[in-house]
Design a protein around this ligand. Structure first.
Ligand code: ADP
Ligand code: ZN
Ligand code: ZN
Length: 737
């Protein structure tokens, strides 16, 4: 028998399994997941590794295969925990163990740690005074200044020498040669920082106190309980998180605070930084590999107690996790988009079971999954129905755009919204305008024949950049914009403007001189631009902020009194069973942005479908009513959480072969049992990067049936002639690919 062993997935070069023989004496004790000791490399250095598969034979000369030395004994460290989590992810979501390990173990930095140099005093003060007098006589001002600084400070950071003291390197070297001082170098981990804000010291209201007490009791006894806080925006959830984190840290245990990538902004971070200072750190996508790795090292060494970050922050190697908080738990970014397509909610729950940590989720618009689990009594539900500051929820008004049109108003602003905007500007208050359109901004089409220029490799339109380059956002293909329409030869080829850009133009025409900020994919491409726009809006540098869904997440702008949602139903037409849920969440969250300070606010929802329950319930800020309608629909149509779903996605360069593979797989699955299968069908976007995509859906009331279907598929693919084709599994799919 042989075993595939992964030596160290955190180092790229070693991130593949190596073959080892299982010696007679160990046979029967080694299984997939065992930690083993193995000889590695020419010198046969002993290393530790993980068994990722067992095999009957190896592909090359068996005489060259080395023996496994033995099993690794000892305690469950953070590393073993990662391995167990990887196993859970592989078993739940499919894919290989190696892929799962890669998701949970941080990549090791190639960069060196940051070096800090400090000049340290060596001579005593008398000697230094003599040196200073000598330098003074010789008019060596730089040298004299440095010596005097050394007399006053035993240690001087090198940044000080070149900065404040303005002393050259050769002067320092000269002093070192004289034996007056020496350099000490140490390395430091990179520390991300956030702007400090003034901390408001609030005393909890009764509702908050009740919730904190109940959850705190669970943390103290290591109860591994799961809690859902359903609290309207501004009800004080973040304040509750802060208290819980504080209590957990006092118990000597660590906290993982998950927030969606998009909400990783200065406001929430600043509140944590001002409470916990250096003991908190952050993970985000703009950080380098080295920066992320350093945060893991700091966590391992006990230098920090709290990590804030998106789903990958779950894998921070804390020695003793006591609390995992998942804010905005309904957010789709908690699910991984690449294999293994794990959901942070389920992984967090597993992690809490393993470590005895408490799991707290919070949202103003909980996911249908979590809320139904709460209704069914699987998790504990808390409600916060009032805003903590005492201001009422904003007034909302639904405007029927069809009626506007029939009354002769062709503008994108209804009369009601226009009136509110006029008043707010008059009073010096702020306005947010929200357009929930992703769409293909920048796509180039012919005004004469309607032809849209498509990417030659993908089934998507290309976008115009810097006036003449066409770029495909799926595969990166870049071409020159043709002068004439490739279809009819017309010279009227033009780019379609992003919705937000059009809105901006209209607003500037309506209100000349008013300062406007726009926040969308284009204006936030550069690092840091996201925070910059938000903070300048927060500082009152503009009166109107226009944006896509990015602007609705968790920001607190007390001076915003008007929120305009320009076309509420754009997100209802998406082919996804979650379209209504998403629309409701977006609208409810957007409405919650108005009137967060002491002034009352109003939200205006413009729509062509005012009778749709997602629009009606969002306008009424009535989550329960929405939940009732939505769960009835999921029940009737057989969608999660009422039924589980597995999406099997097949990819291949040859359309016919890929379709055939999908059909054959469907036949094989059907021959093995009475399973509910849908498809195969071409995916939403059928071709990306020259690969055709087909999908098959399986539905079942229990997960085990879906696991069975997945293993039937995996077995089939192991035998099939796959060529360049490959497969991905998606449990309870978020969207049609
Ligand atoms: P959420 O996270 O639910 O949106 P926050 O915790 O951000 O709510 O609270 C909203 C606002 O109310 C913040 O400005 C916060 O400082 C304030 N706040 C929270 N709790 C209290 C309280 N008990 N008393 C007074 N103000 C509070
Ligand atoms: Zn044309
Ligand atoms: Zn492309």
């Amino acid at each position: 028998m042989y075993a595939d062993v992964c030596i160290d997935v955190s180092i790229e070069k070693l991130d593949k399994p190596f073959s080892y023989r299982i010696p007679e004496r160990l046979s029967g004790t080694i299984c997939v997941g065992s930690r083993v000791r193995i000889p590695f490399g020419a010198g046969n250095t002993e290393k530790k590794g993980y068994v990722t598969a067992l095999r009957d034979e190896v592909a090359y000369d068996p005489d060259k295969v080395k023996d496994i030395l033995g099993l690794v004994e000892g305690s469950m460290g953070a590393e073993d925990r990662s391995f167990e989590i990887a196993g859970f992810i592989k078993n739940t979501y499919g894919g290989t163990l190696s892929q799962a390990l890669k998701a949970v173990i941080p990549a090791k930095a190639k960069a060196k740690p940051v070096e800090i140099k400090t000049l340290v005093r060596k001579m005593d003060k008398e000697q230094l005074l003599a040196l200073a007098a000598d330098a003074n006589r010789k008019k060596q001002t730089g040298k004299e200044n440095l010596i005097r600084a050394l007399i006053e400070n035993e240690r001087i950071p090198s940044t000080w020498i070149s900065g404040k003291l303005r002393v050259s390197g050769s002067t320092v070297n000269n002093l070192i040669k004289n034996g007056a001082a020496y350099y000490e170098t140490s390395s430091e981990y990179r520390k991300p920082t956030a702007a400090e804000i003034e901390r408001k010291n609030v005393s909890l209201n009764d509702e908050q106190a009740r919730i904190v007490d109940a959850i705190d009791a669970d943390i103290e006894e290591g109860g591994a309980g799961t809690f859902l806080i359903h609290g309207v925006t501004g009800s004080g959830k973040t304040e509750v998180y802060l208290r819980l984190a504080e209590k957990c840290v006092l118990l000597g245990r660590q906290v993982i605070f998950l927030i969606p990538e998009i909400a990783l902004t200065y406001q929430t971070l600043a509140r944590f930084y001002s409470k916990f200072g250096d003991r908190v750190s952050v993970f985000n996508s703009t950080m380098s590999v080295s920066e992320r790795y350093d945060q893991c090292e700091r966590a391992k060494n006990g230098d920090i107690d709290i990590i804030i970050g998106p789903r990958s922050a779950l894998f921070t190697p804390f020695p003793n996790i006591g609390l995992i908080i998942m804010d905005e738990e309904h957010e789709s970014s908690y699910k991984s988009e690449s294999t293994p397509k794990y959901h942070a909610r389920e992984v967090a729950k597993k992690l809490c079971e393993m470590t005895g940590a408490t799991f707290v989720m919070g949202s103003a618009t909980p996911s249908i999954e979590s809320y139904s689990a709460a209704i069914n009594g699987e998790i504990t539900l808390f409600k916060m129905n009032e805003r903590a500051t005492g201001t009422g929820l904003p007034q909302t008004k639904v405007v029927d755009l069809r009626a506007e049109l029939s009354d002769g108003n062709r503008s994108m602003f209804s009369r009601a919204l226009k009136t509110c905007m006029d008043e707010a500007l008059e009073k010096g208050e702020q306005i947010m305008l929200f357009l929930n359109r992703r769409g293909f901004s920048g796509q180039v089409s012919c005004r004469e024949c309607g032809k849209v220029i498509m990417c030659p490799h993908c089934e998507v339109p290309m976008s115009l950049h810097t006036g003449s380059k066409l770029v495909c956002h799926y595969c990166g293909e870049i071409t020159e914009k043709p002068a004439l329409c490739p279809s009819c030869g017309s010279k009227y080829l033009a780019a379609i403007k992003a919705g937000t850009e059009q809105v901006e133009e209209r607003v500037l025409k309506m209100y000349p001189g008013v300062r406007v900020l726009r926040m969308d994919k284009d204006t936030t491409a550069a690092k840091g631009s996201y925070d910059k726009i938000l903070s300048s809006f927060s500082n009152g540098e503009a009166q109107i902020l226009i944006g896509t869904q990015m602007i609705v997440k968790g920001h607190d702008f007390p001076n915003v009194t008007v929120v305009g949602i320009l076309a509420a139903d754009l997100s209802l037409g998406v082919p996804d069973y979650r379209a209504s849920e998403r629309t409701f969440q977006l609208l409810a969250q957007a409405c919650g942005r108005a009137g967060r300070g002491d002034k009352p606010g109003i939200s205006i929802i413009q729509t062509y479908q005012p009778e749709h329950y997602a629009v009606k319930c969002a306008a009424a800020q009535d989550y329960e009513a929405f939940y009732e309608e939505e769960i009835a629909y999921r029940e009737a149509a057989g969608y999660p959480p009422c039924m589980h779903m597995l999406c099997i996605q097949l990819f291949g360069p040859d359309q016919k072969k890929t379709a055939n593979l999908a059909h054959e797989l469907s036949d094989v699955i059907k021959s093995k049992g009475r399973f509910r299968l849908l498809g195969p069908a071409p995916a939403n976007i059928m071709k990306v990067k020259d690969y055709y995509r087909f999908v098959l859906y399986a539905k079942a009331t229990d997960l085990d049936t879906l696991f069975e279907i997945r293993s039937i598929s995996e077995e089939y693919f192991n035998e099939a002639d796959m060529g360049q084709m490959f497969v991905q599994f998606d449990q309870d799919p978020m969207n049609q690919i």
